[in-house]
Design a protein around this ligand. Structure first.
Ligand SMILES: NC(=O)C1=CN([C@@H]2O[C@H](COP(=O)(O)OP(=O)(O)OC[C@H]3O[C@@H](n4cnc5c(N)ncnc54)[C@H](O)[C@@H]3O)[C@@H](O)[C@H]2O)C=CC1
Ligand SMILES: O=C(O)CCC(=O)C(=O)O
Length: 527
């Protein structure tokens, strides 16, 4: 039974979902904050469900010897070292939509609170001051909202802001003109946004391109008296620069849900009267927390129990519907890769994977990952389907993918070519209607073979007597033949034999086979 740790505070509904799916679960909501304890116990778990308090650093990931999946009940995964997880073959998933409405609503609430100074007015009134003249606000109607990041949350914010009769301009390099039209925003450059916005709201992930996107230089380009809302990530705004801009009046107010250092318990911005702070509450509604907890528990369970992959950030998705259909092709791709990988003895420059027929219209990305995994596994025993594409990229191994309509007799055809300094070696296969993967071509020679755990691959001159000699030698060596598959380019040219055998060949036995008359190459293969 797979075992999952929930190390941050999650709705208990998640725990029930794990149990209902036959997954053992430890609910330890404070563990994520205790780095040492996390390091101590993480090695026991196959799955991990977190929010933002648990920091999955390279060190913790290295200690997670059994871990197969990390599920973030939420959107931002900046608390997970994704490259380290990928290298270890750990799938990292999030729940990209479950808290978007709630977070967008928080941004709008922060904007309105900022426009009318609600927290300060509230505190003053409770203190018995009745300072009616002190709290002069601004209307949002007809004001310009500058949206930095127009993805899921940004576009909901845009929709709500338009309901408040605001004009919305958006800076997002990936926003297409059609999408901008659809969500009713004007796509602008960052400088234009800074120059035009009365309110600026941030909704991007924290990545290198967005870190300190609002810095001193950007603040200098804003309208004097701009108000800024950040319900995305600390680190998007240079806090020291914001402090100075608030002090000088360049920025009239800021509403911050997120901070560079969290938990934020002492921050110079807390001293500023025109700053509203919440403790990373963007996603904190009952509705959003129920959504993300249920979703993450379902996703983790489906992966651990059935290999279904949804919302993974480091691996292509495989839906429950397509999983049964894709599985034999994923297996075939891995077998072809493994065959070619075992035959390759020099540095690999590239891998080409061609999909023909029905398979070309399927979700080929997991097959590509599986094929690359197959090629690399003989050289790197710790590689896996998640890490293989990244490792190939790191090593400069190009992966070319070609898809085309059916050309030959097979309804489905996958051909994998490994390119080395010295040569190209291709192997092709198909999946029959029965769901059985088969090798159908090796080095352009047709044959039909099932790949079994232990095989002998022989290339020889196509001359009479070879099969008899090989069979007799295997018998003499005490090797039982389970299946014998043959193919040849043309009469008298090169021929190949793929022999399924019981047990393993020793190096000495292989050398005897290689020295048989007419044999050009003999290799033991394992699948
Ligand atoms: N305060 C909170 O509790 C919460 C915060 N968040 C934060 O909100 C962020 C956004 O969430 P979603 O809208 O769901 O993500 P999303 O992926 O749907 O949208 C992000 C948008 O940022 C854009 N973007 C990327 N690089 C950019 C750049 N250099 N400049 C401008 N735009 C850029 C992308 O094109 C995309 O449209 C998350 O990454 C997360 O960090 C999310 C949920 C709750
Ligand atoms: O889990 C939370 O409360 C924070 C949510 C968040 O920041 C996210 O989903 O990116």
């Amino acid at each position: 039974m797979p075992k999952v740790l929930v190390s941050d505070k999650l709705s208990m509904a998640a725990v029930q979902i794990f149990k209902d799916n036959g997954v053992e679960v430890d609910y330890l909501p404070d563990l994520g904050k205790d780095k040492e304890k996390l390091l101590e116990v993480i090695g026991q778990y196959d799955g991990l469900a977190i929010r933002s308090a648990t920091k999955m650093t390279e060190k913790v990931i290295a200690a997670a010897t059994r871990l197969k999946v990390i599920g973030r009940a939420g959107i931002g995964v900046d608390n997970v070292d994704i490259p380290a997880a990928t290298k270890k073959g750990i799938i990292v998933m999030n729940t990209p939509f479950g808290n978007s409405i709630t977070t967008a609503e928080h941004a709008i609430a922060m904007m309105m609170a900022l426009a009318r100074q609600l927290p300060e007015a509230d505190a003053s009134t409770r203190a018995g001051k009745w300072e009616k003249n002190r709290f002069m606000g601004v209307e949002v109607t007809n004001k310009t909202l500058g949206l930095i990041g127009a993805g899921n949350i940004g576009s909901i914010v845009a929709d709500r802001a338009q309901g408040l009769k605001m004009k919305v301009v958006a800076f997002d390099p990936f926003l297409t003109p059609d999408r901008a039209l659809e969500i009713g925003v004007e796509k602008v450059t960052l400088d234009e946004l800074l120059a035009r916005a009365d309110f600026i709201t941030l909704h991007t992930p924290l990545i290198d391109a967005t870190r300190n996107i609002i810095d001193a230089a950007a603040l200098a380009k804003t309208k004097k008296g701009v108000r800024i809302i950040n319900c995305a990530r600390g680190g998007l705004i240079d806090e020291a620069a914001l402090y100075e801009a608030l002090k000088s009046g360049q920025v009239a107010g800021a509403a911050l849900d997120v901070f560079l250092e969290e938990p934020a318990t002492a921050n110079p911005l807390f001293e500023m009267p025109n700053v509203i702070c919440t403790p990373h509450l963007g996603a904190s509604t009952g509705e959003a927390q129920e959504n993300v907890a249920l979703q993450v528990a379902e996703q983790i369970s489906a992966y651990l129990n059935a290999g279904e992959i949804s919302n993974a950030l480091n691996f292509p998705s495989i839906s429950a519907e397509e999983a049964p259909r894709l599985t034999p092709f994923i297996k075939l791709a891995e077998m072809l890769g493994s065959f070619a990988g075992q035959m390759t003895e020099t540095a690999i420059k590239g891998i080409k994977i061609e999909f023909e027929g029905d398979v070309a219209s399927m979700n080929t990305r997991p097959m590509v990952a599986s094929a690359v995994y197959g090629v690399m596994r003989p050289m790197m025993p710790d590689v896996n389907m998640v890490s293989a594409p990244q490792i190939a990229k790191d090593r400069g191994i190009g992966v070319e993918v070609v898809t085309r309509e059916q050309q030959g007799a097979y309804e489905n055809y996958i051909r994998l070519t490994v390119v080395t300094e010295r040569q190209e070696r291709a192997v092709a296969g198909t999946v029959f209607a029965s769901g059985k993967p088969r090798i159908i071509q090796v080095k352009n020679i047709n044959m039909e073979a099932e790949l079994t755990p232990s095989m002998l691959y022989v290339t020889n001159e196509d001359k009479p007597g070879h099969i008899g000699r090989l069979g007799t030698l295997l018998g003499t060596l005490g090797i039982n033949i389970a299946n014998f598959n043959l193919g040849r380019a043309e009469q008298g040219a090169d021929a190949i034999a793929l022999v399924s055998i019981d047990g393993q060949l020793t190096e000495a036995q292989l050398a005897e086979i290689a020295s048989l008359e007419g044999v050009k190459q003999a290799k033991a293969l394992r699948f």
